[in-house]
Structures are given as C-alpha cells and as structure tokens.
Design a protein around this ligand. Structure first.
Ligand SMILES: C[S@@+](CC[C@H](N)C(=O)[O-])C[C@H]1O[C@@H](n2cnc3c(N)ncnc32)[C@H](O)[C@@H]1O
Length: 217
C-alpha cells in the first residue's frame, strides 16, 4: 500500500500523467498540440496497464505522439517513469475510464488506437463493458480520423471471436486482417516486437496470441 501511495504521489508530480486533480485534466480537450508542443498525430493505447505499447511505439516513432489510457494509477506510474527515463517527450498517460474518452479528445482527432489485452468480460451481463463492444466501437469511430486504424491484441479466443462476429452486423469495417496465432502469422512484424506484461503471462501459459487490425467503413 505504501508503494502504491508513493507512486500516486509521483504521478501527481509527473507532467506526463494527466489525471483528476490537475488543471490540465480539465482543459486538455482540443489542446493536445499545445501539450506536446507540436501538431503530430495522436495514437492511443487503451487499457495500457504499464504502457508497453505506448513506450515501444513512441521509441520507434518520434513523429507521432502516444497516449496510454488506463484507470489504474499504479500501473500508469510504470509507463510514466520509463518514458521519463528514456526521455520520451512524445508520451503521455491519461488516467480515466475509457468510456469517458470524448471528454478528452475531439472527433476525428486520433490516427490509431491500440487495444492491448483488455479484460475479457466473459459474462453475458458484462458484454457492454468489453472494450470492443458496439458502444465502445461507435466512440472509437467518432474519435478516429477517416481511415484511422484499430489494432487489437489478445490471448482470449472468446473475446476475439466475439469481436469478429460484430463485423457481420452492428459494426461495419474495412481492410480487416487477423490471425488466431500471431507468432505463426505474416502479421507478426505488425506487433513491433512489443510484448506486454499480460502477453508474457499468457504466452508462458501456452496461449496463442490473437491479433486483428481494421478501419471503420
Ligand atoms: C488485462 S490488463 C492489460 C494491461 C496491458 N495492456 C497488458 O497487456 O499488460 C487490462 C487493463 O485495462 C484497464 N482497464 C480495463 N477496463 C478499463 C476501462 N473501462 N477504463 C480504463 N482502464 C480500463 C485495467 O486497469 C488494466 O490495467
């Protein structure tokens, strides 16, 4: 608990953490270019945990800005700290419920959204809490630029197949490519060699990693 409190205290001091209680948290919508000091495109990682994709992608691409989003401050602390150690000025972490993203971003403001190992929410009563359920997808469509990408990685076959099944009905997509076994797929180069904490846990348990990318039609 003490460690958690120390991390929360550091988050309060860290410029790259945007969270409740800071003025910037209330005023950031429409002002990301001022925050980063440039007009570079914005890429989100949702349910970022320790932010491995946010850090990994930002290290390879100084020409975009990367924002990890998670509700858990102690996890975000890790990504925030690594970004500072690496001197990554193109990284921020936003501590919020993902359902509230429209408080922080304008329509058509995002270039790409990564969803990395989201909680599978297997119970029927939790379907609407899945990060790939239709209400979330509708929000992502609003926030993404035309032709912006969604990239989704998971160990969970049921969540992956549920998401694919939406594309026959409620959610219209194009340019869909996917694999149920990323490490045996031609799409492997697309994951940029980044393994998140949850990915490591599940690969060690022998789970195949599933990956898809698509744009909204
Ligand atoms: C299974 S973990 C995956 C973390 C990381 N992406 C990884 O692969 O190691 C799911 C993460 O999503 C976050 N999360 C789940 N639902 C969320 C929501 N509605 N809003 C914000 N964060 C959420 C959790 O706090 C957790 O850190």
């Amino acid at each position: 608990m003490r460690r958690k409190l120390e991390r929360f205290a550091q988050n309060r001091e860290s410029r790259n953490v945007l969270e409740q209680g800071k003025d910037i948290f209330e005023t950031i919508k429409g002002n990301w270019s001022d925050f980063f000091g440039n007009e570079q495109s914005l890429v989100l990682e949702l349910g970022c945990g320790r932010g491995e994709y946010t850090i990994g992608l930002a290290s390879n691409d100084a020409k975009s800005n990367f924002i990890g989003v998670d509700i858990k401050g102690d996890r975000i602390w890790k990504g925030s700290t690594v970004a500072q150690e690496k001197g990554l000025d193109n990284v921020a972490f936003l501590r919020t419920q993902i359902l509230l993203l429209e408080r922080f971003f304008e329509p058509s403001e995002l270039s790409e959204i990564w969803i990395t190992f989201p909680d599978p929410r297997p119970k029927d009563r939790d379907i609407k809490r899945r990060l790939t359920s239709p209400r979330f997808m509708q929000m992502y469509k609003t926030l993404l630029k035309n032709d912006g990408w969604i990239k989704f990685k998971t160990d969970n076959t049921a969540l992956f197949d549920y998401t694919l099944s939406l594309f026959d009905g409620e959610v219209k997509v194009k340019d869909l490519e996917y694999t149920h076994d990323l490490y045996k797929s031609e799409l492997l180069s697309e994951h940029y060699g980044v393994k998140t904490k949850y990915e490591k846990i599940f690969t060690e348990k022998g789970e195949d990693i599933k990956y898809m990318k698509f744009r909204f039609a």
